[in-house]
Design a protein around this ligand. Structure first.
Ligand SMILES: [Zn+2]
Length: 376
Protein backbone atom coordinates (compact mmCIF):
# COMPACT_ATOMS: atom_id res chain seq x y z
CA UNK A 1 0.00 0.00 0.00
CA UNK A 2 1.29 3.45 -0.94
CA UNK A 3 -0.40 6.82 -0.61
CA UNK A 4 0.21 10.45 0.20
CA UNK A 5 -2.10 12.50 2.42
CA UNK A 6 -1.79 16.28 2.53
CA UNK A 7 -4.92 18.37 2.97
CA UNK A 8 -4.06 21.77 4.46
CA UNK A 9 -7.55 23.18 5.03
CA UNK A 10 -8.91 24.28 8.37
CA UNK A 11 -12.53 23.10 8.53
CA UNK A 12 -14.81 24.91 10.93
CA UNK A 13 -18.03 22.87 11.12
CA UNK A 14 -21.32 23.28 12.94
CA UNK A 15 -24.49 25.28 13.46
CA UNK A 16 -23.71 28.93 14.19
CA UNK A 17 -20.07 28.81 13.08
CA UNK A 18 -20.78 31.53 10.48
CA UNK A 19 -20.78 33.99 13.39
CA UNK A 20 -17.01 33.45 13.74
CA UNK A 21 -16.18 34.61 10.21
CA UNK A 22 -15.02 38.11 11.18
CA UNK A 23 -12.36 37.21 13.70
CA UNK A 24 -11.23 34.22 11.66
CA UNK A 25 -10.93 36.15 8.40
CA UNK A 26 -8.93 38.93 10.04
CA UNK A 27 -6.09 36.43 10.44
CA UNK A 28 -5.74 36.16 6.64
CA UNK A 29 -6.22 39.68 5.29
CA UNK A 30 -7.51 43.23 5.63
CA UNK A 31 -9.39 43.76 2.36
CA UNK A 32 -11.62 40.94 1.12
CA UNK A 33 -13.20 40.41 -2.26
CA UNK A 34 -16.46 38.64 -1.41
CA UNK A 35 -17.62 36.45 -4.29
CA UNK A 36 -21.31 35.57 -4.21
CA UNK A 37 -24.31 35.00 -6.49
CA UNK A 38 -27.09 37.41 -7.34
CA UNK A 39 -29.75 35.21 -5.74
CA UNK A 40 -30.39 33.62 -2.40
CA UNK A 41 -27.57 34.93 -0.16
CA UNK A 42 -28.62 38.47 -1.04
CA UNK A 43 -32.37 37.87 -0.68
CA UNK A 44 -32.14 35.91 2.58
CA UNK A 45 -30.09 38.62 4.27
CA UNK A 46 -27.09 36.29 4.66
CA UNK A 47 -24.85 38.52 2.55
CA UNK A 48 -25.61 41.58 4.70
CA UNK A 49 -25.05 39.51 7.84
CA UNK A 50 -21.63 38.32 6.63
CA UNK A 51 -20.60 41.81 5.49
CA UNK A 52 -21.54 43.17 8.92
CA UNK A 53 -19.53 40.43 10.69
CA UNK A 54 -16.49 41.18 8.52
CA UNK A 55 -16.87 44.93 9.02
CA UNK A 56 -17.10 44.53 12.78
CA UNK A 57 -13.77 42.69 12.71
CA UNK A 58 -12.15 45.58 10.82
CA UNK A 59 -12.15 44.12 7.31
CA UNK A 60 -12.98 46.20 4.24
CA UNK A 61 -15.01 44.34 1.64
CA UNK A 62 -16.02 44.59 -2.01
CA UNK A 63 -18.69 42.31 -3.47
CA UNK A 64 -18.31 40.53 -6.84
CA UNK A 65 -21.60 38.92 -7.90
CA UNK A 66 -21.13 38.27 -11.62
CA UNK A 67 -20.76 34.48 -11.33
CA UNK A 68 -23.35 32.11 -12.77
CA UNK A 69 -23.89 28.33 -12.58
CA UNK A 70 -21.10 26.56 -14.52
CA UNK A 71 -18.77 29.59 -14.12
CA UNK A 72 -16.80 30.69 -17.17
CA UNK A 73 -13.34 32.07 -17.89
CA UNK A 74 -14.73 35.61 -18.57
CA UNK A 75 -16.61 35.58 -15.23
CA UNK A 76 -13.32 34.71 -13.50
CA UNK A 77 -11.64 37.52 -15.45
CA UNK A 78 -14.25 39.99 -14.16
CA UNK A 79 -13.49 38.90 -10.61
CA UNK A 80 -9.74 39.31 -11.09
CA UNK A 81 -10.35 42.85 -12.35
CA UNK A 82 -12.57 43.62 -9.34
CA UNK A 83 -9.96 42.19 -6.94
CA UNK A 84 -7.17 44.32 -8.42
CA UNK A 85 -9.24 47.53 -8.55
CA UNK A 86 -10.18 47.10 -4.90
CA UNK A 87 -6.69 46.01 -3.83
CA UNK A 88 -7.98 42.93 -2.03
CA UNK A 89 -5.57 40.61 -0.21
CA UNK A 90 -8.13 37.87 0.54
CA UNK A 91 -10.94 36.13 -1.39
CA UNK A 92 -14.07 34.95 0.41
CA UNK A 93 -16.73 32.86 -1.32
CA UNK A 94 -20.30 32.78 -0.03
CA UNK A 95 -22.46 30.46 -2.11
CA UNK A 96 -22.69 27.09 -3.82
CA UNK A 97 -20.19 25.14 -5.89
CA UNK A 98 -20.08 27.56 -8.80
CA UNK A 99 -19.33 30.48 -6.51
CA UNK A 100 -16.59 28.59 -4.63
CA UNK A 101 -14.99 27.29 -7.83
CA UNK A 102 -15.00 30.76 -9.39
CA UNK A 103 -13.55 32.30 -6.21
CA UNK A 104 -10.68 29.80 -6.28
CA UNK A 105 -9.91 30.63 -9.91
CA UNK A 106 -10.11 34.39 -9.17
CA UNK A 107 -7.70 34.05 -6.21
CA UNK A 108 -5.34 32.13 -8.50
CA UNK A 109 -5.50 34.29 -11.64
CA UNK A 110 -5.08 37.52 -9.64
CA UNK A 111 -1.55 36.28 -8.89
CA UNK A 112 -0.73 34.79 -12.29
CA UNK A 113 -0.52 36.04 -15.88
CA UNK A 114 -1.88 34.54 -19.07
CA UNK A 115 -4.80 32.29 -19.94
CA UNK A 116 -6.56 30.34 -17.16
CA UNK A 117 -7.12 27.34 -19.47
CA UNK A 118 -3.34 26.99 -19.93
CA UNK A 119 -3.13 26.27 -16.17
CA UNK A 120 -6.23 24.04 -16.27
CA UNK A 121 -4.69 21.87 -19.01
CA UNK A 122 -1.30 21.96 -17.20
CA UNK A 123 0.48 23.69 -20.08
CA UNK A 124 1.59 26.20 -17.43
CA UNK A 125 1.82 25.94 -13.65
CA UNK A 126 2.07 28.11 -10.57
CA UNK A 127 1.79 27.63 -6.82
CA UNK A 128 0.71 31.23 -6.16
CA UNK A 129 -2.78 32.37 -5.15
CA UNK A 130 -4.39 34.82 -2.73
CA UNK A 131 -5.65 33.24 0.51
CA UNK A 132 -9.17 31.81 0.18
CA UNK A 133 -12.02 31.38 2.68
CA UNK A 134 -15.00 29.31 1.55
CA UNK A 135 -18.50 29.40 3.03
CA UNK A 136 -20.76 26.87 1.25
CA UNK A 137 -24.49 27.56 1.18
CA UNK A 138 -25.33 24.28 -0.58
CA UNK A 139 -24.24 20.78 0.41
CA UNK A 140 -23.07 19.21 -2.81
CA UNK A 141 -19.84 20.27 -4.38
CA UNK A 142 -17.46 19.68 -1.49
CA UNK A 143 -15.25 22.37 -3.00
CA UNK A 144 -14.58 23.52 0.59
CA UNK A 145 -12.56 20.34 1.15
CA UNK A 146 -10.35 20.12 -1.93
CA UNK A 147 -8.07 21.91 -4.38
CA UNK A 148 -10.37 21.77 -7.43
CA UNK A 149 -11.85 24.80 -9.14
CA UNK A 150 -14.06 23.78 -12.07
CA UNK A 151 -14.35 26.31 -14.89
CA UNK A 152 -15.81 26.32 -18.41
CA UNK A 153 -14.25 27.90 -21.48
CA UNK A 154 -17.25 29.11 -23.50
CA UNK A 155 -15.11 29.30 -26.65
CA UNK A 156 -14.54 25.52 -26.70
CA UNK A 157 -17.15 24.05 -24.30
CA UNK A 158 -14.28 22.53 -22.29
CA UNK A 159 -15.26 22.18 -18.61
CA UNK A 160 -12.37 21.11 -16.41
CA UNK A 161 -10.78 21.72 -13.00
CA UNK A 162 -7.92 23.94 -12.09
CA UNK A 163 -6.12 21.80 -9.51
CA UNK A 164 -3.57 22.24 -6.78
CA UNK A 165 -2.88 22.93 -3.13
CA UNK A 166 -2.60 26.68 -3.88
CA UNK A 167 -6.39 26.86 -4.25
CA UNK A 168 -7.24 24.80 -1.17
CA UNK A 169 -9.04 27.17 1.20
CA UNK A 170 -7.10 28.35 4.26
CA UNK A 171 -10.42 28.12 6.08
CA UNK A 172 -13.81 26.62 5.18
CA UNK A 173 -16.77 27.45 7.38
CA UNK A 174 -19.42 24.74 6.98
CA UNK A 175 -22.49 25.92 8.85
CA UNK A 176 -25.44 23.56 8.20
CA UNK A 177 -27.82 26.39 9.08
CA UNK A 178 -26.91 28.04 5.77
CA UNK A 179 -28.08 24.95 3.84
CA UNK A 180 -31.55 24.83 5.38
CA UNK A 181 -32.99 27.52 3.08
CA UNK A 182 -32.14 25.64 -0.16
CA UNK A 183 -35.14 25.08 -2.45
CA UNK A 184 -36.11 21.39 -2.76
CA UNK A 185 -34.94 21.13 -6.36
CA UNK A 186 -31.48 22.43 -5.47
CA UNK A 187 -31.33 20.04 -2.51
CA UNK A 188 -31.98 17.08 -4.84
CA UNK A 189 -29.31 18.21 -7.35
CA UNK A 190 -26.58 18.88 -4.80
CA UNK A 191 -27.45 15.92 -2.58
CA UNK A 192 -27.07 13.53 -5.49
CA UNK A 193 -23.79 15.23 -6.48
CA UNK A 194 -22.53 14.54 -2.94
CA UNK A 195 -23.45 10.88 -3.27
CA UNK A 196 -21.67 10.66 -6.64
CA UNK A 197 -18.48 12.19 -5.22
CA UNK A 198 -18.45 9.59 -2.44
CA UNK A 199 -19.26 6.65 -4.74
CA UNK A 200 -16.77 7.67 -7.42
CA UNK A 201 -13.93 8.28 -4.97
CA UNK A 202 -14.59 4.82 -3.50
CA UNK A 203 -14.65 3.20 -6.95
CA UNK A 204 -11.60 5.06 -8.24
CA UNK A 205 -8.41 3.26 -9.14
CA UNK A 206 -6.67 6.06 -7.19
CA UNK A 207 -8.63 5.40 -3.95
CA UNK A 208 -6.59 5.38 -0.75
CA UNK A 209 -7.36 4.12 2.77
CA UNK A 210 -8.09 7.72 3.80
CA UNK A 211 -10.36 8.53 0.84
CA UNK A 212 -12.25 5.26 1.43
CA UNK A 213 -12.98 6.27 5.04
CA UNK A 214 -14.42 9.58 3.88
CA UNK A 215 -16.30 8.12 0.92
CA UNK A 216 -18.02 5.24 2.72
CA UNK A 217 -19.03 7.41 5.66
CA UNK A 218 -20.37 9.98 3.19
CA UNK A 219 -22.50 7.38 1.38
CA UNK A 220 -24.08 6.27 4.67
CA UNK A 221 -24.74 9.86 5.75
CA UNK A 222 -26.49 10.63 2.44
CA UNK A 223 -28.63 7.53 2.89
CA UNK A 224 -29.59 8.71 6.39
CA UNK A 225 -30.51 12.25 5.40
CA UNK A 226 -31.22 13.14 1.75
CA UNK A 227 -34.65 11.59 1.12
CA UNK A 228 -36.04 12.59 4.52
CA UNK A 229 -34.84 16.19 4.06
CA UNK A 230 -36.35 16.23 0.57
CA UNK A 231 -39.68 15.09 2.02
CA UNK A 232 -39.52 17.81 4.64
CA UNK A 233 -39.18 15.23 7.43
CA UNK A 234 -35.57 15.86 8.39
CA UNK A 235 -34.35 18.08 11.20
CA UNK A 236 -31.10 19.62 12.36
CA UNK A 237 -29.41 16.22 12.70
CA UNK A 238 -30.14 15.40 9.04
CA UNK A 239 -28.88 18.80 7.84
CA UNK A 240 -25.72 18.18 9.80
CA UNK A 241 -25.31 14.73 8.21
CA UNK A 242 -25.79 15.90 4.63
CA UNK A 243 -23.53 18.94 5.11
CA UNK A 244 -20.77 16.78 6.53
CA UNK A 245 -21.26 14.19 3.77
CA UNK A 246 -20.73 16.95 1.21
CA UNK A 247 -17.43 18.01 2.74
CA UNK A 248 -16.36 14.36 3.08
CA UNK A 249 -17.19 13.79 -0.60
CA UNK A 250 -15.17 16.84 -1.60
CA UNK A 251 -12.18 15.64 0.40
CA UNK A 252 -12.57 12.11 -0.98
CA UNK A 253 -12.44 13.22 -4.63
CA UNK A 254 -9.61 15.59 -3.76
CA UNK A 255 -7.62 12.53 -2.74
CA UNK A 256 -8.92 9.87 -5.14
CA UNK A 257 -10.34 11.75 -8.13
CA UNK A 258 -13.65 11.02 -9.83
CA UNK A 259 -14.64 8.25 -12.27
CA UNK A 260 -16.88 7.89 -15.33
CA UNK A 261 -20.10 9.64 -14.16
CA UNK A 262 -18.31 12.95 -13.52
CA UNK A 263 -16.04 12.34 -16.50
CA UNK A 264 -19.03 12.00 -18.83
CA UNK A 265 -21.07 14.73 -17.12
CA UNK A 266 -18.61 17.58 -17.62
CA UNK A 267 -18.99 17.60 -21.44
CA UNK A 268 -22.79 17.68 -20.95
CA UNK A 269 -22.81 20.75 -18.71
CA UNK A 270 -19.91 22.32 -20.61
CA UNK A 271 -21.83 22.13 -23.90
CA UNK A 272 -25.47 22.62 -22.87
CA UNK A 273 -25.17 24.36 -19.48
CA UNK A 274 -27.05 21.50 -17.81
CA UNK A 275 -27.22 21.57 -13.99
CA UNK A 276 -24.38 19.33 -12.75
CA UNK A 277 -26.57 17.19 -10.45
CA UNK A 278 -29.13 16.62 -13.20
CA UNK A 279 -26.47 15.48 -15.66
CA UNK A 280 -25.16 13.05 -13.03
CA UNK A 281 -28.70 11.79 -12.34
CA UNK A 282 -29.13 10.88 -16.01
CA UNK A 283 -25.71 9.25 -16.43
CA UNK A 284 -24.98 7.44 -13.16
CA UNK A 285 -27.57 4.60 -13.31
CA UNK A 286 -26.65 3.43 -16.86
CA UNK A 287 -22.94 3.66 -16.06
CA UNK A 288 -23.48 1.69 -12.85
CA UNK A 289 -25.42 -0.99 -14.75
CA UNK A 290 -22.49 -1.44 -17.13
CA UNK A 291 -19.83 -1.39 -14.40
CA UNK A 292 -21.07 -3.34 -11.38
CA UNK A 293 -19.78 -6.72 -12.58
CA UNK A 294 -16.26 -5.28 -12.98
CA UNK A 295 -15.94 -4.31 -9.29
CA UNK A 296 -18.56 -6.48 -7.54
CA UNK A 297 -17.32 -6.07 -3.96
CA UNK A 298 -17.27 -2.28 -4.17
CA UNK A 299 -20.65 -1.94 -5.89
CA UNK A 300 -22.13 -4.42 -3.37
CA UNK A 301 -20.81 -2.28 -0.50
CA UNK A 302 -22.34 0.86 -2.04
CA UNK A 303 -25.64 -0.92 -2.65
CA UNK A 304 -25.87 -2.23 0.91
CA UNK A 305 -25.12 1.20 2.37
CA UNK A 306 -28.00 2.58 0.28
CA UNK A 307 -30.43 -0.13 1.36
CA UNK A 308 -29.81 -2.69 -1.41
CA UNK A 309 -28.51 -6.29 -1.40
CA UNK A 310 -25.50 -6.63 -3.66
CA UNK A 311 -23.80 -5.34 -6.81
CA UNK A 312 -26.57 -6.62 -9.05
CA UNK A 313 -29.20 -4.26 -7.62
CA UNK A 314 -26.90 -1.21 -7.26
CA UNK A 315 -28.20 0.55 -10.40
CA UNK A 316 -31.78 -0.17 -9.31
CA UNK A 317 -31.12 1.20 -5.82
CA UNK A 318 -29.79 4.41 -7.37
CA UNK A 319 -32.84 4.68 -9.67
CA UNK A 320 -35.13 4.28 -6.66
CA UNK A 321 -33.27 6.99 -4.75
CA UNK A 322 -33.45 9.32 -7.75
CA UNK A 323 -37.19 8.67 -8.07
CA UNK A 324 -37.61 9.49 -4.37
CA UNK A 325 -36.09 12.95 -4.94
CA UNK A 326 -37.89 13.53 -8.28
CA UNK A 327 -34.64 13.32 -10.22
CA UNK A 328 -35.32 10.28 -12.44
CA UNK A 329 -34.56 12.20 -15.64
CA UNK A 330 -32.81 11.81 -18.97
CA UNK A 331 -30.38 14.09 -20.78
CA UNK A 332 -32.95 14.79 -23.52
CA UNK A 333 -35.19 16.66 -21.09
CA UNK A 334 -32.19 18.84 -20.16
CA UNK A 335 -31.65 20.20 -23.66
CA UNK A 336 -29.06 17.65 -24.84
CA UNK A 337 -29.58 16.40 -28.42
CA UNK A 338 -28.77 13.17 -30.20
CA UNK A 339 -26.33 15.03 -32.48
CA UNK A 340 -24.32 16.14 -29.40
CA UNK A 341 -23.28 12.55 -28.65
CA UNK A 342 -20.17 12.37 -30.85
CA UNK A 343 -18.77 15.69 -29.54
CA UNK A 344 -19.50 14.79 -25.91
CA UNK A 345 -17.84 11.38 -26.18
CA UNK A 346 -14.72 12.82 -27.79
CA UNK A 347 -14.66 15.71 -25.29
CA UNK A 348 -14.98 13.27 -22.35
CA UNK A 349 -11.82 11.48 -23.46
CA UNK A 350 -10.09 14.87 -23.81
CA UNK A 351 -11.09 16.83 -20.67
CA UNK A 352 -11.87 13.88 -18.39
CA UNK A 353 -9.14 11.44 -19.35
CA UNK A 354 -8.12 10.86 -15.72
CA UNK A 355 -11.68 10.28 -14.50
CA UNK A 356 -12.45 7.88 -17.34
CA UNK A 357 -9.17 6.03 -16.68
CA UNK A 358 -9.93 5.74 -12.93
CA UNK A 359 -13.23 3.97 -13.58
CA UNK A 360 -13.51 0.20 -12.90
CA UNK A 361 -14.38 -0.37 -16.60
CA UNK A 362 -12.20 1.22 -19.30
CA UNK A 363 -14.90 2.42 -21.68
CA UNK A 364 -14.06 2.81 -25.37
CA UNK A 365 -15.20 5.81 -27.42
CA UNK A 366 -18.03 3.71 -28.86
CA UNK A 367 -19.14 2.53 -25.41
CA UNK A 368 -19.19 6.11 -24.15
CA UNK A 369 -21.41 7.11 -27.08
CA UNK A 370 -23.70 4.19 -26.23
CA UNK A 371 -23.94 5.37 -22.57
CA UNK A 372 -24.90 8.89 -23.71
CA UNK A 373 -27.61 7.44 -25.98
CA UNK A 374 -28.95 5.26 -23.15
CA UNK A 375 -29.00 8.29 -20.82
CA UNK A 376 -31.07 10.40 -23.25
ZN1 LIG B 1 -19.71 16.96 -8.68
Amino acid sequence: MQFSFNLPVNLLFGFGTINEIGGRAAAYGKKALLVTGRGSARKSGLLDRVLALLGAAGLETAVYDQVEPNPTVPQVGGGVKALKEFGADLVIALGGGSIMDAAKCIAFMAKNDGDLMDYVFARKSSTEAFPIILVPTTCGTGSEGNGFGVVTDPATGDKKSLRGNMIIARLSIIDPELMTTMPKGVLADVGFDTLCHCMEAYLSAAATPVSNLYALEGISLVQQSLVSLYRGQGGLAEWEKLSWASTLGGMAIGLAGVTAPHGLEHPVSGLRNVTHGKGLAALTPPITGRSAAAAPAKYAEISRRLGGRDERDCAGVLRKLLADIDLAIGLGSQGVREEDVDWMAENALKVSAAGVANHPVKFSLEEIKEIYRTAM
